[in-house]
Design a protein around this ligand. Structure first.
Ligand code: FES
Length: 214
């Protein structure tokens, strides 16, 4: 009998320690859950809650929100981008230690994301068919691209011309930017991609663009 009660107590403790916390975003009253060990931002993006962000590494401060209720912790100490640890938190690094209430301006429309011009490096490229190349692009250290499904980017060519391509990866999966580039015979940029581009090539992009989102 005692053994059974002990087992139940242990199971309860395990369940409790693995339980999710709830995060409420004010003033929209939007709710999402955070799994154990997951950052608040990762959880929000996984559930299509558009918290704003930039670097996702605790440096830029773009994701800073007001912490109205609850406790958070940071695996590597207070991040450099957090200006006011007493009242605010950085969701890109914050781990919930209780249910949370935060105040934030959500990014729900493309017009709310400012496009930027930035360099990026070709991390890898792979020919998927005779005329389609998959490109994986990496942004500079401490930089991520926030975008909405359906948006695209422009490559800026050396002469200033632009070439537009849809972003193929899901918005929450933004460690690399994935593009599927179709070869246009005689096209200046796609000829370059198919004939001579190498991994580690540095390109210039403007992103995210487009207001037709899904
Ligand atoms: S996204 Fe840059 S500090 Fe959180």
């Amino acid at each position: 009998m005692y053994k059974m009660r002990d087992n139940l107590a242990v199971s309860y403790k395990i369940c409790k320690s693995m339980s999710n916390y709830q995060v409420k975003v004010q003033p929209q009253d939007k709710l999402f859950s955070v799994q154990q060990g997951e950052t608040v931002l990762d959880a929000a993006l996984r559930q299509n809650v558009g918290l704003p962000y930039g670097c996702r590494s605790g440096n830029c401060g773009t994701c800073e929100v007001t912490l109205l209720e609850g406790r958070v912790s940071y695996a590597d100490g207070i991040p450099t981008g957090l200006a006011d640890p007493d009242y605010d938190c950085l969701p890109c690094q914050a781990i919930a230690g209780s249910d949370l209430v935060i105040e934030a301006e959500l990014v729900e429309q493309a017009v709310e994301i400012q496009p930027h011009t930035m360099p990026c490096k070709v991390q890898s490229h792979e020919q998927l068919s005779h005329d389609v190349m998959r490109l994986m692009l990496k942004l500079p250290e401490n930089q991520r691209l926030q975008f909405l499904a359906g948006q695209y980017l422009d490559f800026i060519l050396p002469g200033g011309e632009h070439r537009a391509f849809s972003i193929a990866n899901a918005p929450h999966d933004d460690e690399l930017i994935e593009l599927h580039i179709r070869h246009i015979e005689g096209g200046k940029f796609t000829d370059f991609v198919f004939d001579s581009m190498k991994d580690k090539t540095v390109l210039r992009i403007e992103a995210p663009l487009g207001t037709f989102t899904l």
